[in-house]
Unconditional design. Structure first.
Ligand code: COA
Length: 356
């Protein structure tokens, strides 16, 4: 049986570091609050109008290609996970293809909208394509430019302090060693609580879901102008109803339940147990969530990679960035059992287990 493996990985975070202190100038928050509740000390923000989700992804991709010993021209399929795309449509898959100068190759490009678990979902798709012999050099990306879409007033403080910008990319290839590579992936979703962590405007919902759930949310529908107000109503614009929304405590409780569940599921599928894990790469949602998961699995500090303190939560980019950092630091060696796990908006959650 062909297995797939990550043959090369790279990441990029923008130069500009934004410390908690800087956010205190914009909203009613404190360094102590942010650090105590999330572990975050600083995050990076891209250069507005110069860097985008796509350009950051392209930088990470070139590094991943070099490490995989291929050129971007060799990429035969693209899977791009993000919740902060450059355009509403088309997706970033085609944009990064163009940015890399390989549009003439006409390789397929797929966009994944699974928020924090997006990269693990994307990796799982790549795994299926490689195992069936369909593609040999799949580019898998997680990239986010959050800083362009956050509410920097006190109203948005519970969300804004958490998120940062960055990109990670991996080249997924067939593994020549059948014992090495991706051993199992597990994907889950539960749409019951879709709005608990969401960014619902712009959209075509017209207030439908809120009404169906018996909520009194007023988005200003029907719009004044029946045509041309599909995404934003004047009321949405006036009231700033175009920012992410999060019920933090609810998300926290779901996350600490689903992370261990989906990790155990991947381990079971591979006939392994938690004590076999050499390195756990959890999605960087909140340091307290990662610490909880670490404890539940009985792992030591050096078996879990945390970078949320320096980078914040970079959503789809968080897993590939953390994986790349851990590998660059020499903490992941050939033959190690590496577990990726993520949970986020949807809710969606996923895990991937691989023998490096
Ligand atoms: N600075 C200061 N105070 C803040 C604040 C901020 N940035 N954000 C919220 N607060 C206030 C709230 O208004 C609230 O005030 P009140 O008690 O007067 O009403 C108080 O702090 C407590 O808010 P709460 O939301 O209950 O805090 P919390 O302990 O749950 O921490 C999160 C908030 C968001 C850090 C936490 O719930 C969390 O991390 N949840 C998971 C989020 C996550 O992982 N998201 C990504 C999923 S992939």
């Amino acid at each position: 049986m062909i297995r797939s493996k990550i043959a090369g990985i790279g990441y990029y975070v923008p130069e500009r570091v934004v410390k908690n202190e800087e956010l205190t100038q914009l909203m009613d928050t404190t360094d102590e609050w942010i650090q105590e509740r999330t572990g975050i000390q600083e995050r990076h923000y891209g250069r507005k109008h110069e860097e985008t989700t796509t350009t950051m992804a392209a930088v990470a991709t070139r590094i991943a290609c070099e490490r995989a010993g291929i050129s971007p021209e060799d990429i035969d399929f693209i899977i791009f996970a993000t919740l902060s795309p450059d355009y509403y449509f088309p997706g970033c898959g085609v944009l990064v293809q163009r940015e890399l100068g390989i549009a003439h190759k006409e390789v397929g490009a797929l966009d994944v909208r699974n928020q924090c678990s997006g990269f693990v979902y994307a990796l799982s798709i790549a795994d299926q394509f490689v195992r069936t012999g369909t593609y040999k050099n799949i580019l898998v990306i997680g990239s986010e430019m959050h800083s362009m879409g956050l509410d920097f007033s006190t109203r948005g403080r519970n969300v804004t302090v958490i998120f940062g910008d960055g990109a990670g990319a991996a080249i997924v290839q067939p593994s020549s060693d059948p014992a090495r590579g991706i051993l199992s992936t597990k994907l889950h979703a539960d749409g019951t609580f879709a709005e608990k962590l969401s960014f619902i405007n712009p959209g075509c919902h017209g207030g439908y879901h809120a009404k169906k759930q018996g909520e009194e949310a007023d988005f200003g529908y029907p719009p004044v102008n029946t045509y041309g107000e599909i995404f934003f109503t004047p009321k949405m614009m006036q009231e700033g109803q175009y920012y992410p929304n999060m019920e933090g405590q609810f998300v926290f409780k779901m996350a600490v339940q689903k992370f261990p569940e989906v990790i155990h599921e991947a381990l079971e599928a591979a006939g392994l147990q938690a004590s076999d894990i050499d390195m756990l790469i959890p999605h960087q949602a909140n340091l307290r969530i990662s610490q909880f998961v670490q404890k539940r699995l009985g792992l030591r500090d050096d078996q879990v990679w945390n970078n949320i303190q320096r980078l914040g939560n970079t959503t789809a980019a968080s897993v590939p960035i953390a994986l790349c950092e851990a590998w660059e630091a020499g903490k992941i060696k050939d033959g190690d059992l590496v577990c990726l796990a993520a949970f986020g908006s949807g809710f969606t959650w996923a895990s991937a287990l691989m023998r490096w």
